[in-house]
Design a protein around this ligand. Sequence first.
Ligand SMILES: [Mg+2]
Length: 393
Amino acid sequence: MKITNIDIIPVAFKEPPLRNSTGVHEEYAVRNLVKLTSECGAVGYGETLGGTEVYSGLEHFKKVLLGQDPANIERAKLLMHGAAPNVFSAYEVAMLDLTGKILGISVSELLGGRVRDEVTVSGYLFYHYADENYNENLSTESMVKEAKYWFDKHGFTTLKVKGGVLEPAEEIETIRGLRAAFPEAKLRLDPNQIWSLTTAVQVGRALADDLEYLEDPVNGIEGMARLRQLIRLPLATNMCVTEFDHIPASVRANAVDVILLDHHHWGGLWASKHLAVICNTLGLDVSMHSNSHLDISMAAMLHLAATIPNLIYASDTHYIWVNESDSLLSTGKLQIKDGKMDVPTSPGLGIDIDGEKVATLHANFEQHPIESRDDITEMRQRNCSWLPIKPRW
Ligand SMILES: [Mg+2]
């Protein structure tokens, strides 16, 4: 088995103006796709973060992977020494997809086998401005209303709010509004490190009985460690522990309870499985993080989640915000029902990529060649004096 051709395909797809503590999502999100072709004509896909830097990294490592065996992930990792984790991960997913297709088994089977056939996902809620598809949602009332829409559509049992947008007191009210509307739901709040320690203590104590965990309320390992002494809510992170080298300092400081794995950022599916084992050994929990993504990443996340026994939390995903027309799949978007998604079972990632849809999203990118995501500049279009102050409250 040999990789005989590699295509790197930047794509762009529409997103609503979703708010976060830094600013607002741009009209288009960008991703880089990797398409590997083998000597037998089989094709494997990977997907990773968009932007020029990642694209350059993917292009740079083409030459060392051409001619290699897609089943030999460890050798590829050595050949790609120095590659950014989000570059390696795209190749790794594509190699696993390709290998699975050639062997007739799924990526989750290649990763050791599924311990679950469906994956619970959270309903990822954002405050946002209005666009052609959504009314403005910048209050507790509109957030609860929109949560009902998503709940009716997908039956989520866990709801996550991207916070750090409104005054902390208003975000406390939002969580209380969701708690009242969804008494059984598990709730999460993620203000992306925008609060001071004092504010985080106030919010953490106010919501102590309402959240399953509080995600990145304050900046850094030290801040999280101090906060953890002052509130009883579990603390989760995808911002202060983002690579293996951060784990020892975090454990020594007793900074976090839950580490959010993300195969794009942690260097692939196998690396994420290793992270889960390390967390289990250290008495930490794992959950799954998400950036804006398309179907290929969704499928990879499902296969990964299916193979990690200690992934007991619902996985975050932005997938609900992808328009049906932007799906890359010939069958349309993967479905979320009762808050769960089936793990695809056919060979490789188990999804059928429509080449014409890839071409359409690539054409989108050529019209909107975003070099790197910039929520701050986008926010200044709406508020010219906007500054990404941290902590803001
Ligand atoms: Mg987060």
